[in-house]
Unconditional design. Sequence first.
Length: 148
Amino acid sequence: MNVKAKVTTVAWMATSIVMTAGWPVGNAAERQSTSVTASTEVWKVANIRTAYADGTYTATGQYGNAPSFITVTVTLHAGLITSANIKTHATNPISLDYQRRFADAVPAVVVGKPIEQVKVDRLAGSSGTPEGFNAALEQIKKRAAKSG
């Protein structure tokens, strides 16, 4: 399922819950609560979709005491990360191995997720590289944020 289909499906599912909230279960307060929850979910999806401009963004994140760096490139569509690429910069063979393993693992963890909800922790044995990734992602969020 592509990213556009996921967004449409989430919105459709939430809308269908609102439309069917009158099923003969529970009292009126429960039915209204279900309707409000579903409407809130549609609003969250719509808000994320409009909070960031579509495009491809690149930023370099720093981490560690050395310091170390990685360059992160993500493509956004409707607030969702549709692709992610990590460029490694380490010259030390051990650090380079951690960065490469992290770079290989990141797309499976972040692609298809709203950028606003992505924060990577220890991944593929790397505990420092995620700090650089998250720092770069924060820069990207600022650049991609729509004004207004």
